[in-house]
Design a protein around this ligand. Structure first.
Ligand SMILES: Nc1ncnc2c1ncn2[C@@H]1O[C@H](COP(=O)(O)OP(=O)(O)O)[C@@H](O)[C@H]1O
Ligand SMILES: [Mg+2]
Length: 417
C-alpha cells in the first residue's frame, strides 16, 4: 500500500479509525461521502481477507457515474485491470471491486463479501441489504458502510437511528453536514441556501432527518400506479392562480402561484390521479388548458373554485366551447367554511393513509410530492394538492372507509352525473 496516497478529511479520519463492523454515515451533499467510500473500497480490497468488495448505488448508472473514475484515479497504483463493461476493477492482489445498482439485485446474489458500501442508501430499497447483501457478508464477517444524505424519515433514518442509539455494539452512526468538508467554501453553501427552500437546505446540506413539514402526509404512504383502473369515472378540479399578479412570490422559493388542473379517476377502490396539469398562464391559455384536459379525459364532472378568477376565465372557456362545438358544465367548488389546511387534510389524509389514492407517474410528481410532504409549510406552495383536494367535492364515490359523516351518500358505484 506504500504507493497509495491516502489523505482523509478530519471527519473521514474519525470514521475510519472506528473499528465497528457496520457504520452509518448521514451527511450533507459534498461532505466527502463518496470519496471516503472510494478509499474504503480500495483499502479493504487490499486486505488479506478473502472475499470481494461491492460498491452499491441506487442504480448501476449512478454507481458508474459516482465511483468509476474516482476509483481509477485514487487507486491507479494498485489496479491490475479495469473492465468498464461489467464495472469491475481487479487490484494487484487479485481482489475485485464491483460497482452495482440496487435496482438490479439479481446481479448481486451468491457472492461472499468482505466489504460493502451502500451509497445514497436513502434512495434504495432496504430489501437489497436485508435479503441479499447482509447474507453475503456472513462467511467473511464482512464490514459495511452505509452512506447517504437523508430523505425524510425513511429506512435510512431508521438504520441511522438504530446505529446511533448505541444498543448494538456492531453498529455506529455518524452525522456530518456539508460544513464539515473544509475544502468546500462556506460561502458556496450559503449561496445554495439562498436559492433553496429551508426544508431542502436543511435536508441536503445539513443532513437533517426531520420529517417533511409537519408529517401530515408520509412518504411511505404514497402509492404509485401507472395502470389506469378499469372501474370509475374521471373528474377534473381546477385551482386557479391569479392571471397576472406577481405579488404572491414567496421570498424563499421564488416560485409563483400556479394554476393546477387535477385529473382523477375515482371509483370504488379510491382515486387514481392521472395527471395534474399545472403552470402559470394567462387567462386565455388557462381556458385552453382546461378545455384540452376535458377533451382528453372526458370527465363526468368539472369543477372550478368559485370566485373572481373563475368569473374571469369563464367567458374565454365559453368561447372555446363555442368554437369547438363541445360544451360541458362547470360545477362551482367552494371553500365551505373550512380553512384551506383543514380542507386539504380532510380530503387527502385518510385516502393516502389507507391506500385509497394512487398516483400515475408523470413529470408533475416531483412538484406534487414536494408540496405534499412539506404541507402546510407557509414557504411552499400547495396549488397541486389544493386542486386535488377539490376532487372531493366532485366525486361522491363509495369507498371502503367513511371519510365524513355528512350528507354525502355512499353508493356502490360512483355517483351518476
Ligand atoms: N479526503 C479528501 N481529499 C481531497 N478532497 C476530498 C476529500 N474528501 C472529499 N473531497 C472533495 O470534496 C468534494 C465532495 O466530495 P464527494 O465525495 O463527492 O462528496 P459527497 O459524496 O458527500 O457528495 C469533492 O470535490 C471531493 O474531491
Ligand atoms: Mg456522493
Amino acid at each position: 500500500m506504500a504507493d497509495l496516497n491516502v489523505s482523509l478529511l478530519p471527519w473521514q479520519q474519525e470514521v475510519w479509525e472506528d473499528p465497528t463492523r457496520f457504520k452509518v454515515v448521514a451527511a450533507g451533499r459534498r461532505t466527502g461521502k463518496s470519496r471516503y467510500a472510494a478509499w474504503g473500497l480500495i483499502i479493504n480490497a487490499l486486505s488479506e481477507t478473502k472475499g470481494q468488495v461491492f460498491y452499491v448505488a441506487p442504480t448501476q448508472g449512478q454507481a458508474r457515474d459516482i465511483m468509476w473514475q474516482l476509483l481509477l484515479e485514487l487507486g491507479h497504483e494498485v489496479i491490475a485491470s479495469a473492465h468498464v463493461n461489467n464495472l469491475q476493477i481487479k487490484l494487484i492482489n487479485g481482489c475485485n471491486i464491483s460497482l452495482k445498482g440496487a435496482d438490479r439485485p439479481e446481479t448481486m446474489r451468491g457472492v461472499s463479501l468482505k466489504f460493502l458500501v451502500m451509497d445514497e442508501y436513502a434512495d434504495m430499497k432496504p430489501e437489497v441489504w436485508e435479503q441479499i447483501l447482509r447474507p453475503a457478508l456472513a462467511d467473511q464477517k464482512g464490514h459495511a458502510l452505509f452512506i447517504g444524505t437523508p430523505m425524510g424519515r425513511n429506512h435510512f433514518y431508521d438504520l441511522y437511528t438504530y446505529a446511533s442509539v448505541g444498543k448494538d455494539d456492531d453498529w455506529t452512526g455518524y452525522h456530518y453536514t456539508s460544513y464539515d468538508n473544509p475544502l468546500l467554501d462556506p460561502e458556496e453553501i450559503k449561496a445554495a441556501e439562498k436559492s433553496m427552500s429551508a426544508f431542502s437546505f436543511r435536508q441536503e446540506f445539513m443532513a437533517s432527518f426531520e420529517a417533511h413539514g409537519s408529517e401530515l402526509f408520509k412518504e411511505e404512504d404514497v402509492q404509485f400506479s401507472e395502470e389506469e383502473p378499469a372501474d370509475g369515472a374521471y373528474y377534473i378540479a381546477v385551482d386557479l392562480a391569479g392571471f397576472a399578479d406577481v405579488q404572491k412570490v414567496t421570498t424563499k422559493t421564488k416560485r409563483l402561484d400556479q394554476t393546477a388542473i387535477a385529473v382523477v379517476k375515482a371509483g370504488v377502490d379510491g382515486w387514481w390521479v392521472a395527471n395534474i396539469i399545472h403552470g402559470r398562464w394567462g387567462v386565455k391559455e388557462t381556458a385552453r388548458r382546461i378545455f384540452d384536459a376535458v377533451r382528453d379525459y372526458q370527465p363526468v364532472a368539472v369543477g372550478i373554485e368559485k370566485g373572481a378568477l373563475k368569473n374571469a376565465v369563464f367567458p374565454y372557456l365559453n368561447d372555446i366551447m363555442k368554437q369547438n362545438q363541445r360544451f360541458f358544465r362547470i360545477e362551482e367548488l367552494t371553500h365551505g367554511n373550512k380553512k384551506k389546511t383543514d380542507r386539504i387534510v380532510w380530503a387527502l389524509q385518510g385516502r393516502i393513509e389507507h391506500g385509497n389514492l394512487s398516483l400515475n407517474k408523470g413529470k408533475w410528481n416531483a412538484q406534487f410530492l414536494d408540496e405534499l410532504f412539506q404541507f402546510p409549510n407557509p414557504l411552499v406552495h400547495d396549488d397541486l394538492i389544493d386542486a386535488l383536494a377539490y376532487i372531493d367535492q366532485l366525486a361522491k364515490v363509495a369507498y371502503a372507509i367513511d371519510y365524513e359523516e355528512d350528507d354525502y351518500e355512499y353508493l356502490d358505484k360512483y355517483a351518476g352525473y
